[in-house]
Ligand binder design. Structure first.
Ligand code: SF4
Length: 458
């Protein structure tokens, strides 16, 4: 029995797919590289912009013929395209799909497998999910990872959904309101991952800093819940690195910044989206802060966390964004010299406030021109920042190998490649940088420093 999972979208979707794969492997399924070889096919989708939604629809249409040829095989659609509400419109549009699974909730798949294949273990997975639901009185269907297939790095969702409702964003409508997982469940999952060999954990949430404010266990607590969680996960033996994302500028409280600075395993890398560099645009996006607030936050992050890297997200071509307002964003990025910026063109999404209230009036070619202008600027900025690494030695966690080169990331989330014999996977390696570009660094290992006698030549 084999399975194939196709995933598009954010880290939360990657984490959801990892959990579906883990559950399927517990049921005895093995991965299939191609759809044609799979008994269970899961499409895990994203609708945050039109482009990933179009890709998912294209994929679904391709799979119509597959289902016609193999009616006995299972095709499940999962993620934000399904959402947490009524799926009747999707069922009518894609009648060849067997199952519609909400984000982070594969229970329906376990139920179908239990019924069709009479798999006792599938009943265990359902009982597990239900027990968690009952015990926690909230929608927590995240399953533990499988015993095999541990990776070096893993994502652990800690807050599901979002209640912020930025005007452009479809996520609250598709992933539901914000709900945190209990601290002990997260710590147990992190410990299990560490026992399987995982060295780095990234805690995930749409607004990760909002973790725990909805949990009774933190009512009246003096410490920020995410800080309490970081301290607990930090104690887990075997874990080398800890990250969290994505932050919202309003919730990046000073104690959290001090925790990043003080806890050695927590990497000095912050992801805090600005989205626009103009106050009028920010107000219409309902982000809840001004450009001055964001500038102060960047200054505070840099003051409290030495050597920190900061990543941001920007949307260009939001309804009504004038050339002058775009220029404000350009100048802000030029001024702040951030380490990474993900630039996206505005994409009107159904249900959102922006789609209902504003006209999508910036032409697509102008959106693309603005996106390119920011991309070019940012690649110049990052190219200059990275050039300072040339000749320096950095520590990376080796995550894998592409063709003949090993790769890993620095604590500040810079991608580093190197060539070496032996098995470096999962090791902390010290690499002397010999070449620096805007998107990656290349270097050579300081041989004896970390791999020592365990490293044998190939
Ligand atoms: S904070 Fe805003 S952009 Fe982020 S998920 Fe919530 S609504 Fe969407």
């Amino acid at each position: 029995m084999r399975y194939h999972i196709w995933t598009i979208g954010c880290q939360m979707n990657v984490a959801d797919s990892q959990r579906v794969a883990a559950g399927l492997e517990r049921l005895g399924y093995t991965p299939a590289g191609r759809v044609a070889e799979a008994d269970v096919v899961v499409l895990n989708t994203c609708v945050v912009r039109q482009q990933p939604e179009d890709k998912a629809v294209g994929r679904l249409n391709q799979l119509r013929a597959f289902k016609r040829r193999h009616p006995d095989r299972i095709l499940a659609l999962m993620g934000c395209m399904v959402g947490v509400k009524d799926t009747s419109a999707l069922q009518a549009r894609f009648p060849w799909v067997d199952l519609f699974l909400p984000p982070s909730d594969p229970t329906g798949l376990w139920a179908m497998l239990a019924e069709r294949e009479l798999l006792d273990e599938a009943q265990t997975l359902i009982a597990d999910a239900q027990a968690r639901r009952l015990a926690l009185s909230r929608t927590d269907t995240v399953l533990p990872p499988s015993e095999e297939g541990a990776a070096v790095s893993a994502y652990v969702p800690i807050v599901l959904g979002c209640s912020h409702a930025c005007t452009y964003c479809i996520i609250p409508y598709r992933r539901g309101p914000e709900r945190s997982r209990p601290l002990e469940a997260i710590v147990a999952e992190a410990a299990q991952l560490a026992s399987q060999g995982v060295k780095e954990i990234t805690l995930l949430g749409q607004i990760v800093d909002r973790y725990g404010y909805d949990l009774p266990e933190f009512a009246g607590a003096s410490e920020m819940p995410l800080v309490a969680l970081l301290r607990r996960v930090h104690e887990i033996e075997g874990l080398e690195r800890l990250r969290f994302l994505t932050s919202h500028p309003n919730w990046m409280k000073t104690p959290l910044l001090h925790a990043v600075a003080d806890l050695p395993k927590v990497c000095e890398h912050i992801e805090a989206p600005i989205q626009a560099g103009d106050d009028d645009v920010l107000a219409r996006m309902r982000r809840g802060y001004t450009v001055a607030d964001y500038r102060q936050l960047v200054a505070r992050i840099r003051e409290i966390i030495p050597g920190v890297s900061i990543a941001t997200d920007v949307i260009v071509g939001f309804p009504g964004e004038t050339a002058a307002q775009f220029q404000h964003t350009y100048e802000l990025l030029e001024d702040l010299q951030l380490d990474k910026a993900h630039i996206a063109r505005y994409s009107s999404r159904p249900q959102t406030i922006a789609t209902r209230r504003f006209e999508d009036d910036v032409p697509e070619e102008e959106k693309e021109r603005r996106r390119r202008a920011l991309d070019d600027l940012q690649s110049r900025i990052v190219g200059a920042l990275n050039a300072r690494y040339a000749g320096q030695t950095v520590e990376i966690l080796v995550e894998g190998r592409k063709k003949h080169r090993w790769f890993g990331r620095t604590r500040t989330d810079r991608l580093v490649f190197f060539e070496a014999g032996g098995d470096w996977l999962g090791r902390l390696a010290r690499i002397k940088i010999t070449w620096a570009g805007p998107w990656s660094l290349v270097g050579e290992p300081e041989a004896a420093a970390t791999c020592g006698e365990d490293v044998s030549d190939e």
